[in-house]
Design a protein around this ligand. Sequence first.
Ligand SMILES: Nc1ncnc2c1ncn2[C@@H]1O[C@H](COP(=O)(O)OP(=O)(O)OP(=O)(O)O)[C@@H](O)[C@H]1O
Length: 268
Amino acid sequence: MIRVRDLRVAYGDRVVAEVPELDVGRGECVAIVGESGSGKSTTLLALLGLTEGARVSGEVSVCGVDVMKARPRALRAVRGAKAALVIQSPQAALSPTTRLGVLMRRALRLHGVTGGPSLTGGAGSTGGPGTMGKGARGIDAVMAQACEAVLLDPAILRRYPHEISGGQAQRFAIAMAIALGAEVILADEPTSALDVTVQAEVVGVLRGLREERGLAVLLVSHDLALVSTIADRVLVMKDGVVVESGPARHVLRDPDHPYTRELLEALP
Ligand SMILES: Nc1ncnc2c1ncn2[C@@H]1O[C@H](COP(=O)(O)OP(=O)(O)OP(=O)(O)O)[C@@H](O)[C@H]1O
């Protein structure tokens, strides 16, 4: 689903992220960890061609699309529907005067989702572009099922963005991705600034989605405790460079690099 080789992102003369190798397969979760400013978010944004003003080189393929060479239209299709970015404060990206249901319905229409087969059959079965339409009721069902998949009461669709919590906003962003038939979720610190119960909920949702729907999840976080509960593999970044990578069990229990040990020792 995601394949990266020799990715290098520079702003001016400064290289801010260098990732020699990163692969995320269907149903897998890979986490990028490291302290603030280590290049985690830049790496995530580069995967969708969203690092404006940067010099980017290397090979990046997401859902079969060569991000470095793709035409704008193909890139928009990847960004909008196949690979969903769940950002730190999704509320800021939502129009404040529009109810969540209207926002979701618009996004679905824009991407040609008109309500198709049930959502229970795994990623890609959500009625993507080209699906036989069933009209407004079909879309309502897709939206309600997507909310339920992230443990949100579909009644939330009648609320405005400022009427929901940060955790609910992140789950809503994930629900939107599911409704659009996303195959990949790129989550940037999906649990920052959330209380522990909400953290557990969001991570539980991501874990369930990758197991049940085969979603590929790339998670950016500085929370190693959180990462240990979900990631198959971990990349540790420091000052823009990957200092260690490997199976989560190995990296988080028996790290090779002193910086990883430092991060682990800083855990409460
Ligand atoms: N548009 C930009 N122009 C110039 N420098 C940038 C730009 N975006 C990011 N950087 C720099 O790149 C470096 C890496 O930033 P990045 O946001 O990727 O780190 P991060 O590990 O995700 O940090 P955090 O956990 O705080 O989000 C930082 O030094 C940052 O200042």
